[in-house]
Write a protein that binds this ligand. Structure first.
Ligand SMILES: Nc1nc2c(c(=O)[nH]1)N[C@H]1C(S)=C(S)[C@@H](COP(=O)(O)O)O[C@H]1N2
Ligand SMILES: [Mo]
Length: 419
């Protein structure tokens, strides 16, 4: 019966398949062929990504579950502007396959410390007031010291496999505050714990204040339905906060009086800090300011002497980008880059810088400052701030250090994070 959900779902699937075909023709060929450049070896459970390594570590230590993993990296070097084409969005999925959800049957429930437990169908959600906002998403492991090539055969150039666990989209949905107001949060309800409908029931905790601030229950991504990889039919978008807060395939929200330590929060999000006596900062959630030169960058075509456009992306979980500076002389001097509009809070911001390369060996890098005055640190500054003594690739998530790219005399570029 085609008037019901399965008909519509089939339509959406067909539409998605057609979009895939269309992308394969003409200008999209390069992207379609490369896609997120899912490296085959990275499709294996637990291989490669920082998250995956944590899982393997847990399994070695006898954890009694098995966690599969799908990882795609966004080819940051290959697109212009600030919107990541939906088919190039990065993926961190803690299961071996995408959940097959019938949107017509899907319900979002809100329960716990509320006056009125509620259950919303997709139609219910689409009848409510909506917002559309551009925000980045970023995995807590992105650009981490662990994935700068050293000792990790899956990583290294190009920039995609070191920095490609961030993407930026236009998200449409209902403000979470609208849903919580409908349900009526009781005075003792100060936290949310919420769950996705994927096989692992991916879950996370969120303080109520953030939930009422700018969180979106999103059903639209760049004008289309949220893609299956991104959480179809609905996901949480928690702007500026690290990826795992933005639970995909959102199904249940429970209002509670204390934070929970859902498995992902325990395994992937909390890192022991030497400066805190081996304790973790559990809710280390808001992204500090970051930036990266995406072109030229490691492993791409060699530079030619003369004019070189440097371009890249900057962002911050704390608000809008105020300034990006570029150094083309190994950090001795810095000059301000041009910011291309739009410059939006908690969104990627495109910068460009005109450079004349003289053919000499050098290091190029970018440094961002956000509207709160937060300045992107060098790796040495970051390690110092965090009380991490190590010189090398220590296990750090929440990493936002300046990315140095070394230009050789033959015009080739490599990652100079650790040399
Ligand atoms: N249901 C569900 N939500 C999830 C995850 C997941 O595996 N399942 N992964 C989380 C992590 S670790 C990140 S970084 C982001 C990635 O979102 P994306 O896959 O849409 O890029 O989703 C988060 N939400
Ligand atoms: Mo993540």
């Amino acid at each position: 019966m085609d008037s019901n959900g399965s008909g519509r779902r089939r339509f959406l699937k067909q539409a998605a398949a057609l979009a895939g075909v269309a992308a394969g023709a003409g200008a999209g060929t390069e992207w379609a062929a490369r896609g997120q450049s899912k490296m085959p070896e990275l499709a294996k459970p637990g291989a490669g990504a920082a998250d995956g390594q944590d899982h393997r570590e847990m399994l070695r230590r006898g954890a009694r579950f098995s966690v599969d993993h799908i990882t795609y990296y966004t080819p940051l070097q290959d697109y212009a502007g600030i919107i990541t084409p939906a088919q190039l969005h990065f993926v961190q999925q803690h299961s071996s396959h995408w959940p097959d959800i019938d949107a017509q049957q899907h319900r979002l429930t809100i329960h716990g410390m509320v006056d009125r437990p509620l259950s919303f169908s997709m139609d219910d959600l689409k009848r409510l007031p909506s917002v559309t906002r551009i925000h980045f998403l970023e995995c807590q492991g992105n650009s981490s010291a662990m994935i700068h090539g050293a000792g990790n055969q899956n990583m290294g150039p190009p920039v995609q496999f070191v920095w490609g666990m961030t993407s930026c989209s236009e998200w449409t949905g209902v403000p979470l505050s609208v849903l919580l107001n409908e349900a009526g949060v009781q005075p003792e309800g100060k936290w949310l714990v919420y769950e996705g409908a994927d096989p692992g029931k991916f879950s996370h905790t969120l303080p109520l204040a953030k939930a009422l601030d700018d969180v979106i229950v999103a059903y639209g991504q760049n004008g289309e339905p949220v893609r299956v990889e991104q959480g179809y039919p609905i996901r949480m978008i928690v702007p500026g906060w690290e990826g795992p807060f933005s639970v995909k395939y959102l199904r249940h929200i429970k209002v509670v009086d204390q934070p929970y330590m859902a498995w992902n929060e325990a395994m992937n999000h909390s890192i022991p800090r030497a400066d805190l006596g081996g304790k973790s900062r559990w809710y280390h959630f808001q992204w500090a300011t970051k930036s990266v030169i995406t072109r030229p960058s490691a492993g791409l075509e060699a530079l030619r002497i003369g004019y070189v456009q440097i371009t890249g992306l900057a962002w911050s979980g704390g608000g809008a980008i105020k300034k990006v500076e570029v150094s083309t002389d190994s950090g001795r001097t810095w000059k301000e880059a041009k910011l291309q509009g739009p410059i939006l809070p908690k969104a990627h911001t495109r910068f460009t810088f005109d450079w004349a390369w003289d053919g000499e060996e050098t290091v190029i890098m970018s440094r961002s400052t956000d509207e709160t005055g937060d300045v992107q640190p060098s790796r040495a500054e970051l390690y110092k701030n965090w009380g991490i003594p190590a010189e090398g690739p220590v296990r750090t998530t929440h990493f936002n250090a300046i990315q140095p790219w070394k230009v050789a005399r033959d015009g080739s570029v490599r990652d100079a994070m650790f040399s």
